[in-house]
Ligand binder design. Structure first.
Ligand code: P1T
Length: 380
């Protein structure tokens, strides 16, 4: 089955009791049993819920996996992945990533004796130098948030497999439409479904997709034992979002390209970070592992002052100043004070995340209107 058909049909079938074409929101905490241990496959809604079940199957199909596991947020999904580890284990992680992920690793899990090493993974060979006998997981994000670096998933997966190390890819920026990490050898594809999969900025949600039976069993145990599960209404909204992911992503890609090219041609703009440019350092890898380049990008101005950046951030009208990304409406953000404020300044600066960097989540509005909005804000 082709991608668009899968996004619409996978995991769902008409409701057996009514024929409802949309999976109902099973707003219930528990399920009545015929006699102790004899039930219809559902006992208690933290463990299983039919709406979540349909979504988990749909997400598994969308990522060419076998199992989907849903969580109350993207960070709850990432939290579950790290809970596969024990005190003394080590993680090699990408040096550019969502600030909240960095905070979870360094401020929560380091206290439990898990060690994180942050590495520039734009060259996969850099990972090998950091691997020790205690390394149990390689954590990647590609494209990275917010510098749009590209990590070669296949190359990293082959290093991990040789050494029996798990590999996870945070696939939030690409979405399952543009990139399928499991096909490239990763063990886990992780999403903040809050973003492109949900697509309408109306729900916070996360998921992990895997192929391996044993890994699924361990993650399902953590999902049930720790309990960070999403409610059925949120699952319904994500299931609905998934059905239009392919058409939305096509427009995000078209608009993304137009805006990246326009920014690059603007005399007041200095650097534009977007993986679709042929001179992006890992453009060839992006072309190899992605079906398009998406709607996320960052840029700096020739006037590299915070004041100049603040002026642009406060003058856009269609691009709303807000955290998050991947919705139909365009957003503008300031990573240094917003999404990445929890990363120490000296760490951010090492990989180019300066105080004046501006991030765009290009929505699916008319590109001409978006360009006019950026123009008036940059000229302000
Ligand atoms: O917000 P939540 O659903 O918990 O997802 C966390 C998360 C995980 N991974 C990536 C790559 C992300 O970008 C995020 C959340 N990011 C933002 C809120 C943001 O504006 O970058």
């Amino acid at each position: 089955m082709k991608q668009g058909t899968k996004f619409i049909h996978a995991g769902t079938s008409p409701d057996p009791s009514t024929g409802a074409i949309m999976t109902p929101i099973y707003q219930t905490s528990t399920f009545v049993q015929d006699s102790p241990g004899h039930h219809k496959g559902y006992e208690y809604a933290r463990t299983q819920n039919p709406t979540r079940h349909a979504l988990q199957d749909a997400l598994a199909a969308a990522e060419n996996g076998k199992y989907g596991l849903c969580f109350a947020s993207g960070l709850a999904a990432i939290d579950a992945v790290i809970k596969l580890l024990s005190s003394g284990d080590e993680v090699v992680a990408a040096n550019d990533m969502y600030g909240g992920t960095y905070r979870l690793f360094t401020k929560v899990f380091e206290r439990y004796g898990i060690k994180f090493k942050f590495v520039d993974m734009s060259d996969a060979a850099n990972i090998e130098k950091e691997i020790t006998a205690n390394t149990k997981l390689v954590w990647t994000e590609t494209p990275t948030n917010p510098m749009m670096s590209i990590i070669d998933i296949e190359a990293v997966a082959s290093i991990c497999h040789k050494k029996n190390i798990l590999m996870a890819v945070d696939n939030t920026f690409a979405s399952p439409y543009l990139q399928n990490p499991l096909d490239l050898g990763a063990d886990m594809a992780v999403h903040s479904a809050t973003k492109y999969i949900g697509g309408h900025s109306d729900v916070v949600h996360g998921c992990i997709i895997v192929k391996d039976d044993v890994l699924h069993e361990k993650l399902a145990f953590i999902q049930n034992s720790c309990g960070a599960v999403p409610g059925p209404q949120d699952c319904f909204l994500i299931l609905r979002g998934l059905k239009t992911l392919h058409v939305r992503m096509q427009r995000h890609c078209e608009n993304g390209e137009k805006i990246a090219q326009w920014l690059r041609s603007n005399k007041k703009v200095d650097k534009v970070y977007w993986c679709g440019f042929p001179d992006h350092p890992n453009h060839d890898i992006a072309k190899k592992q992605m079906r398009g380049f998406g709607g996320m990008m960052s840029f700096t101005l020739k006037d590299d002052s915070i004041d100049a950046a603040q002026k642009v951030l406060s003058h856009t009208k269609l691009f709303s100043l807000a955290e998050s990304l991947g919705g139909v409406e365009s957003l503008i953000g300031h990573p240094a004070t917003m999404t990445h404020a929890s990363i120490p300044r000296e760490e951010r600066l090492k990989h180019g995340l300066t105080d004046s960097l501006i991030r765009l989540s290009v929505g699916i509005e008319d590109a001409d209107d978006l360009i006019a909005d950026l123009k008036q804000a940059i000229d302000a």
